[in-house]
Design a protein around this ligand. Structure first.
Ligand code: SF4
Length: 282
């Protein structure tokens, strides 16, 4: 399985997923002059990275893994954790990747993208005997502008939209726009941020199947794009490509909202194990 996880990391780092590339191409068709030139350069970058099997960006990110493990899956979680850590080290060497894990006390770089609590691994226990791992390496520019908002509950979803748009405005050109925005509404403070980041794993050329959420996602995209920040912050129609929402029930006194950005280089890949079959895909 280690080889397959390294394969997924390589795919995520060197090849944008189709939903992400679709959105960049769609934006390119309708963008104005300066922004269009930026999107053209981005698409050229994507093509070269794919052909050369080289990382899409010099910042190859800090690693998060999302694991859905079936109760009857034959390999224990502790062994899967070891595979994910070893695969991170091996991919850092073989691709190679920029080492990004810094010890916060000594300021030393571990040199292999593994450190205290990193890679971050989230576990979801499900029925059945399959395993699904999502690989999400994320650059520092977009993580720098992540926000947790505590919104007065009386403001409701209107307050959520206002907070997200304020975050997009404050982020400006920092996260290399156009961005993809993950939003986590409700839950506890840690859960709101976790949901926001997890929302980046959703297909980005689609909206929620829940019509109310889809409407909210579209409203956020329209309002964010009216800011005119544009590709790389140089002005234009596209400041964000899409927004995806995950939610959890909230406490009566809170309406916590996490906002998590990914730059245009939204890198993700998946490994699925079912019986003897292992599939790596984006
Ligand atoms: S924000 Fe994204 S595209 Fe910009 S430098 Fe960081 S990883 Fe690269």
């Amino acid at each position: 399985m280690l080889k397959k996880v390294v394969e997924a990391i390589t795919l995520a780092e060197c090849n944008l997923p189709p939903d992400v590339e679709n959105m960049i191409r769609r934006a390119y068709e309708t963008e104005t002059e300066m922004g269009k030139a930026q999107l053209k350069a981005i698409l050229e970058n994507v093509r070269i990275a794919r052909e050369m099997r080289a990382p899409i960006c010099q910042d190859t990110g800090l690693f998060s893994y999302y694991v859905e493990i079936g109760d009857d899956f034959p390999i224990r979680a502790s062994k899967i954790k070891k595979v994910l850590i070893d695969a991170t080290v091996e991919a850092t060497r073989s691709i190679p990747l920029r080492p990004n894990a810094i010890d916060v006390l000594t300021e030393k770089n571990t040199g292999n993208n593994v450190g205290q609590g990193i890679p971050d691994i989230s576990w979801d226990h499900v029925d059945g005997n399959t395993l699904r791992i999502a690989v999400l390496p994320k650059g520092g520019g977009s993580s720098y502008v992540a926000k947790l908002h505590s919104i007065p509950p009386a403001k409701g979803l209107k307050g959520v939209v206002e907070a997200v748009i304020r975050s997009v405005f404050d982020a400006g050109s920092m996260p290399c726009p156009p961005t993809f925005v993950g939003i986590g509404i409700g839950g506890t403070e840690d859960l709101a941020m976790k949901l926001a980041k997890k929302a980046l794993l959703a297909r980005m050329d689609e909206n929620s199947k829940n019509e109310e959420l889809a409407k909210l996602e579209r409203e956020i995209v329209d309002k964010a794009n009216s800011l005119g920040i544009g590709p790389m912050g140089l002005g234009g129609r596209w400041t964000i490509f899409n927004a995806r929402i995950e939610w959890a029930s909230r406490h009566p006194a809170t309406l916590l909202t996490g906002v998590c950005f990914s730059c245009w280089a939204l890198r993700k890949a998946f490994v699925e194990v079912s019986g003897d079959e292992i599939r790596v895909y984006q």
